[in-house]
Design a protein around this ligand. Sequence first.
Ligand SMILES: CC(=O)[C@@H](O)[C@H](O)COP(=O)(O)O
Ligand SMILES: NCC(=O)COP(=O)(O)O
Length: 249
Amino acid sequence: MSHTKLSVNVNAIAHLRNRRDLPWPSVVGLSRIALEAGAAGITVHPRPDERHIRRTDVFALQEMLRTDWPGREYNIEGYPTEDFLKLCEAARPDQVTLVPDMPGQNTSDHGWDCVTNQAFLSEVVGRIQGEGMRASIFIDADPTQAAAAALTGTRRIEIYTGPYGHSFDPVEQRARLEEVAVTADAAVKLGMAVNAGHDLTLDNLPPLVKRTPHIAEASIGHAVIADCLVYGMAETVRRYRCALGDSDA
Ligand SMILES: CC(=O)[C@@H](O)[C@H](O)COP(=O)(O)O
Ligand SMILES: NCC(=O)COP(=O)(O)O
């Protein structure tokens, strides 16, 4: 049975490493363990200040995936500046996720307004797809944004799940989940595949994939790396695969 794939976001490993001028914990080494444990891919969000993922990490991961894990997916997220697009064109990930983050922003906290940014996004999506990479547009859980994203020519969106991830009251959580679900349904009807990400956890994944089993991929970083401190990377990946409905985990 098909299930939602897990892409492990390794930003937080790089964050920990960058506390010192030392090469550990190893971003490539821990990504290898995640892949060996069955993660479908690796995600990075190289920010302009290189506070966590550095340009060198982007290429080291690309080399490791290309050489040792050719079937697994490499997903690079970021705001599409010329520098970012050139980095992606050099590293050639499978997927480029376009995120509307300003330089210096603490973390991603909203999706694109695909209506007002229609022309810009259409041009960037065309450029990425023209280079043979998949483009994905990060949007809020809002079906009107899914419709506007479809007009850019993208065949994939990622729904920002922060509001769902941050809600702990059951009524509020159900309402946020419903917004994600109707957005995913609208996107699928428009012929796009759907990713999801931000503040997904072992607790909030099962209701999400039960309500929206057609989510193709979840990219998860902060909670995966936090859980690694308790369970280790391999066991953590196994637990997230189970939470995503992977019966082989
Ligand atoms: C696009 C998105 O939702 C992000 O989760 C992002 O990759 C997280 O970035 P930080 O790890 O810098 O908070
Ligand atoms: N695209 C979302 C992502 O990569 C990870 O977000 P988070 O789990 O670190 O919040």
